[in-house]
Design a protein around this ligand. Structure first.
Ligand SMILES: [Fe+2]
Ligand SMILES: [Fe+2]
Length: 380
């Protein structure tokens, strides 16, 4: 009698390597390696645009989504490698390598994002119009009424991609400058409500006219890069006045806005415009204008802040907390150093005014930007 043929040889020795595990690990490794390349290219493109003076607006949401997708890919493939290794008995080292690759992906993405943000610090953010404490911007439409008679940049040497990035950057800046017109109109009314001196009211009105000029020139650049008119659309929020306030609430709101949006925000806008370079006369002249005007607007913010403190010294703790909150939210080196300078200047002004609260440090660190008249918050 013949013995039955054996179906398979006995499983002596280590199990054979699973080719699917190897492939999954290889793809995970590629994902980890691709991520820094993507961020590096992003940074280079940003620097290229800066050098040629056409802004540095790489869509951050696109970078973030792409980086997240790559990280997710590495994670899924690594988990799959672990599962496959468990099912078919592949060496456990495969699963360990998968975990290491996933951790490497997270660390790489975080480091790359930091450096990308470091390079992407451009763009100005002046005084915003706040509705319910939140910054608001007008939508845009194809309106030539804001860009018809201003100097235009030379766009002949730009690639379509560079033009699109420049159009996006200057459209965003134009919307922010446009919103600042409404913000200074609101500040003028607030100063009248507070019985402020004529000098401050006049400076607020002049600042509004400065913002008209900034917005017009920025919309002109956006239109040139877009190759079609870009202008603000109807914006009903600009006419929203909010609920009635008492003088105490107005003083608190105006003081916080003057610190966050004026002293810090407009000072930062001035620094960013000053640091940006352009070979194009239309761009460089606008940057120089913005750098000069925004510094003046920041000085106006400090003076309005001083007025509020004169009227209400008890605002000092809230302002110190606001300075701490600004520093905590700083997302780039220029923001951090400027936030530190603003906090230092605030302490000095409080010391001179002898308005610093006794027995208190520089604040609690909690976000103080809630306004007494309702659940409103302000983000720098
Ligand atoms: Fe401006
Ligand atoms: Fe401004």
């Amino acid at each position: 009698m013949q013995p039955p043929p054996s179906a398979a040889p006995p499983p002596y020795g280590p199990p054979p390597a699973n080719p699917r595990t190897g492939l999954a690990l290889a793809l995970a490794a590629v994902s980890c390696l691709v991520m820094p390349v993507v961020y590096f290219v992003t940074a280079i493109v940003s620097l290229h645009d800066l050098r040629y003076g056409h802004g540095s607006e790489v869509p951050m949401w696109l970078v973030a989504i792409f980086g997240f997708a790559l990280w997710l890919t590495a994670l899924v493939l690594s988990i799959r490698a672990i599962v496959v290794s468990g099912v078919v008995g592949a060496p456990r080292a495969g699963g360990v390598i998968g975990v290491i690759l996933s951790l490497l992906a997270v660390v790489t993405a975080a480091a790359s994002a930091f450096f990308s943000l470091f390079f992407l610090g451009g763009g100005a953010h002046g005084r915003p119009l706040r509705v319910g404490g939140r910054p608001r911007l007008a939508p845009t439409r194809g309106d030539p009424g804001w860009s018809g008679r201003d100097p235009l940049p030379d766009v002949t040497a730009l690639t379509p991609g560079a033009r699109a990035r420049c159009a996006a950057r200057w459209t965003r800046d134009a919307r922010e400058e446009h919103a600042s017109i409404a913000a200074f109109a609101r500040l003028s009314l607030d100063l009248l409500a507070l019985g402020a001196p004529a000098d401050l009211v006049e400076r607020a009105q002049r600042a509004g006219l400065d913002e008209v000029r900034h917005a017009r020139l920025s919309f002109a650049l956006a239109s040139a890069y877009e190759a079609s008119p870009v202008g603000p659309a109807p914006w009903p929020e600009a006419a929203v006045s909010g609920p009635p306030e008492g003088i105490t609430d107005t003083l608190r709101r105006v003081a916080l806005e003057s610190l966050v949006d004026g002293a810090y925000g407009e000072g930062l806008a001035s620094l960013r415009a000053r640091d940006e370079r352009s070979d194009d006369p239309a761009v460089s002249s606008l940057l120089a204008l913005i750098a000069r005007d925004e510094a003046e607007h920041a000085a106006l913010g400090w003076d309005v802040l001083s007025l509020c403190l004169e009227r209400a010294p008890s605002l000092a703790p809230a302002l110190l907390d606001a300075a701490v909150s600004i520093a905590a939210r700083a997302a780039s080196p220029i923001e951090s150093s400027h936030a530190a300078a603003v906090a230092s200047e605030l302490r000095e002004r409080l010391r001179r005014a002898n308005a610093a609260p006794h027995g208190r440090g520089v604040g609690t660190g909690e976000c103080p930007l809630s306004i007494a008249s309702g659940a409103k918050t302000m983000a720098p």
